[in-house]
Unconditional design. Structure first.
Length: 256
C-alpha cells in the first residue's frame, strides 16, 4: 500500500464529514453532527496511517532519518489538512458547536484533496542545508498556527453571517441554528490568542535557523513576508479587541 492511499481515504472521509456538517447546519439533526464527528475522527486516524507510511519511506534514506517529510508541497498540504482536522476536533470537544464544521471542514477537505490530486510525495535525500532539527520545529509551528487560524477564519465567517442574519428584517432558520454573536466572538478571540504566539515563535525559530544555515535572519521571501504580515494583522486584531475594547464584526473583519 502506497503512502497516498490512506491519505486519499482521509480526503474522502473529510469530504463526507463536510457534507454531514452542512446537513447538520440546515437540519439541526443531532445524528448528522454525530456522523460528522465519526467521519472526521476516522479520517484523522487514516491520515495518520498515511503520514506514518510516508515517514517510513522518507526515512529509507539515511540522510532523512528523524526528519519529518513536510518540505514538499504534498507533505505540507497533507500536514495542514491533518492539523486543520485535529484543531477542529479540539475546538468541538470543548465547545460542542457542530454547526461550525460547515465553515471549517471544507478547508481541511480542500487541503487534503490538493495534496492527493495535484502533488506527489517527494522521496529523495534532503538538501544538506535542511538537515537540521529546526526542520521538525519551524515549519510545524507555522503550519499548526495557520491551521488553528483557519479554524478562526471559519468561526469568524459564521459570526459575520449571523450578524447579517440578525440585522435582516427576515432572518432565515439559519439564524436560529448558529451560535450567538457573543459566543462566536469569544471563540474567535480565544483561537487567535492561542495561534498568534505559536506563529510568532515559528517565525523567530525560522530566523535563528536562517542565520545558522545561510548567515542572515531575514531574506524577504514571499512565505517569510506573508508570515510576518499575518502576525501583524492578528496582532492588530488582538489590540483592537483587548486594548480598544472592540467586539463583534469590526475586529473580525481585520482578522480575516
Amino acid at each position: 500500500m502506497g503512502p497516498t492511499a490512506p491519505t486519499w481515504g482521509a480526503f474522502l472521509l473529510y469530504a463526507a464529514a463536510t457534507f454531514a456538517a452542512f446537513g447538520y447546519l440546515w437540519s439541526k439533526d443531532a445524528r448528522a453532527s454525530r456522523v460528522m464527528l465519526v467521519l472526521l475522527a476516522s479520517g484523522v486516524v487514516l491520515h495518520l496511517v498515511g503520514f506514518c507510511l510516508l515517514l517510513s519511506l522518507f526515512w529509507s534514506y539515511p540522510e532523512n532519518r528523524w526528519y519529518l517529510p513536510i518540505t514538499s508541497f504534498h507533505g505540507a498540504l497533507s500536514f495542514i489538512a491533518l492539523a486543520l482536522a485535529v484543531a477542529f476536533l479540539a475546538v468541538e470537544s470543548s465547545h460542542r458547536l457542530g454547526v461550525l464544521g460547515a465553515f471549517v471542514l471544507p478547508l481541511a477537505a480542500a487541503s487534503a484533496g490538493a495534496a492527493v490530486m495535484w502533488t506527489e510525495p517527494v522521496l529523495a535525500p534532503l538538501d544538506e542545508r535542511l538537515r537540521s532539527y529546526w526542520l521538525n520545529i519551524h515549519p510545524v509551528l507555522l503550519m499548526t498556527a495557520y491551521a488553528v487560524m483557519a479554524n478562526g477564519f471559519g468561526v469568524g465567517l459564521a459570526l459575520l453571517l449571523q450578524e447579517r442574519q440578525i440585522k435582516s428584517r427576515k432572518p432565515s432558520e439559519l439564524c436560529y441554528r448558529l451560535p450567538s454573536l457573543d459566543e462566536l466572538d469569544g471563540l474567535v478571540g480565544r483561537i487567535v490568542a492561542f495561534a498568534l504566539p505559536v506563529l510568532v515563535l515559528g517565525l523567530l525559530v525560522g530566523m535563528v535557523w536562517s542565520h545558522h544555515a545561510w548567515g542572515r535572519i531575514w531574506s524577504w521571501e514571499p512565505k517569510q513576508t506573508l508570515g510576518a504580515l499575518t502576525a501583524v494583522v492578528y496582532g492588530v486584531y488582538l489590540w483592537l479587541r483587548h486594548v480598544r475594547g472592540l467586539r463583534g464584526p469590526k475586529p473580525v473583519y481585520v482578522s480575516m
